[in-house]
Design a protein around this ligand. Structure first.
Ligand code: NPW
Ligand code: K
Length: 485
């Protein structure tokens, strides 16, 4: 896992090293990366966009090094010399002293092989003004690869939100530390490939959060002398009329992620007695399932009937590890008496896995407000519901009641399809049933779920048309590969 930093922490790092020539190092690193990206284009022409702050300073330093390497470099500067911060002003002067020229608007009739985006970095505090919005839109329309410095201009470093308009970069070279906004919401669509240069600062402060970009803790290796009871029992409750498949998907995923036994409790009157595609699943009366299971999932296709409410009520009062999704979350939002029970539960025994719409219902705000700051929304839910939270979406956020948070780095848009959430719940439950803590199970499941989808895309199964069942099977393959090979 890699540390993710807040703006205040990055500022503190900058200040602690104010005399270490960080901007010069940042610009030099940018020039190195730019020239490596341009290797095959001799005598290339590069457009460098320099904004009014230190991000612009980085760009001006990069421009100078690139020009010295023989590239033709056009600089467009959108600030005013008199208002530049000191390091950026020095970079501006050095660029001119080196024979470079400065334009205030895009030169016409030129073609560039690369654009370096140094308009705004972590100092962007509000929506882009009209001048910068126009410039960003023109840059995006050119179809030329863009290397963004620190963060694509227009992306909020904390939230990944587009502030008015944002540069769509092919590459982002980020400095000192990773920013959450690169990895969630609209950040990943704009950042392209992300590279980190710590500018020689090896001692980093404690992180604000973490990027989950490698498999987190795995379940213990299985003892040779084990049996199905050694690997836990998962129960899944839901499946009201016409929604039976949701429970079966969760149950099948739990089997594939290694649960010793899986019980499914279906609410539908017309529910089958057997899953014809997965005879290993034990289909039981919903109310009886908790007595068989060490870990429970409730919610997939559960509906909002009185029976569903009373089942959920009794489940919340039991001591098993519990994962709530879908309708269980809607029920929770609609019934304050259910929420009251949550805080009587032992800490670390409840996980909720809302998508942004469900999160909005839980928090009584709009989906747009949830998405405006996904980390803050997830943390708020964790606090208010005393639960481990997975806020699903691009860059799923895992938040814990004690304030820790994580952004998941695996996954792709092929996962935006029916049944993926059911599969995720099943995987979480199965991992927790195999003696991982619920926190560990959630982190691994979220990463594994996305990694399985990525693996399928690499094999040509997706992103278009990838199914939740395929993801569950691929998750099984990866889990075995990570643990046993
Ligand atoms: N300092 C260091 O040691 C190092 C810094 N580094 C680099 O510096 C970057 C941070 O620099 P930064 O703090 O100067 O912020 P930056 O992103 O350039 O923009 C700030 C300027 O934009 C303005 N502004 C803001 N929003 C606006 C808007 N919507 N529309 C228009 N204007 C707007 C704002 O003005 P104000 O808000 O005061 O009106 C201010 O003038 C960082 O990302 C990294 O690249 C690295 O070199 C490492 C060493
Ligand atoms: K930038």
């Amino acid at each position: 896992m890699k540390p993710l930093y807040a703006q205040s922490q990055l500022r503190a790092m900058e200040q602690a090293h104010a005399h270490d020539g960080l901007m010069e190092k940042a610009g030099a690193a940018a020039a190195r990366l730019a020239s490596s990206l341009l290797l095959t284009v001799s005598g290339a022409r590069i457009l460098v966009l320099a904004g009014p702050g230190n991000n612009g300073g980085d760009a001006l330093v990069a421009a100078r090094y690139l020009r010295q390497q023989g590239y033709q470099v056009d600089v467009v500067f959108t600030g005013t010399y008199a208002s530049l911060p000191p390091d950026a002003r020095a970079a501006y002067e050095a660029w001119l002293a080196d024979g470079g020229e400065i334009a205030s608007g895009l030169p016409q009739g030129r073609e560039w092989q690369l654009i370096v985006d140094g308009l705004f970095g972590i100092g962007l505090t509000r929506e882009l003004d009209a001048l910068h919005r126009d410039l960003v839109q023109q840059v995006n329309a050119m179809g030329v690869p863009v290397l963004s410095l620190d963060i694509p201009t227009g992306i909020c470093m904390h939230t990944g939100r587009v502030l008015g308009a944002a540069v769509c970069a092919a590459h982002t070279l980020t400095f000192l530390g990773l920013k959450p906004g690169l990895y969630t919401q609209d950040g990943p669509d704009h950042a392209g490939q992300v590279y980190l240069d710590n500018l020689g600062l090896n001692a980093a402060p404690p992180a604000a959060g973490f990027l989950v970009d490698v498999p987190p803790a795995l379940p213990a290796r299985r003892r040779l002398n084990s049996h199905k009871g050694s690997h836990g029992s998962v129960g899944v409750i839901g499946g009201a009329e016409h929604m039976v498949g949701a429970v079966l998907l969760a149950g099948r995923a739990a089997l594939r992620a290694g649960a010793g036994r899986v019980y499914c409790g279906l609410l539908a009157g017309s529910a089958p007695a057997l899953d014809q595609g997965q005879a290993e699943l034990m289909l039981r009366d919903a109310a009886s399932v908790p007595q068989f299971a060490t870990v429970m999932v409730a919610g997939p296709g559960m509906g909002q009937s009185d029976t569903a409410v009373s089942l959920l009520h009794s489940l919340l009062e039991l001591s098993q590890l519990l994962i709530l999704d879908a309708d269980a979350l809607n029920l929770l939002a609609a019934h304050p008496e259910l929420q009251a029970i949550l805080h009587q539960r032992k800490p670390g025994t409840l996980a909720i896995t809302p998508h942004p719409g469900e999160a909005a219902t839980l928090l009584h705000i709009t989906t747009a407000e949830v998405q405006a700051d996904r980390v803050a929304s997830a943390l708020r839910m964790a606090r208010e519901f005393g639960a481990i939270v997975v806020l699903k979406g691009c860059g799923s956020v895992v938040a814990l009641p004690d304030g820790r948070w994580f952004i998941n780095h695996s996954g792709n848009p092929g996962m935006a399809s029916a049944g993926m959430g059911d599969t995720l719940c099943g995987i979480i439950a199965a991992l927790a049933a195999q003696e991982m803590s619920l926190e560990e199970a959630v982190l691994l499941a979220v990463y594994l779920h996305g990694a399985a989808a990525d693996s399928l895309v690499a094999k040509g199964v997706g992103p278009v048309g990838m199914t939740a069942s395929e993801v569950a099977s691929e998750a099984r393959a990866l889990l075995n590969q990570w643990r046993y090979r």
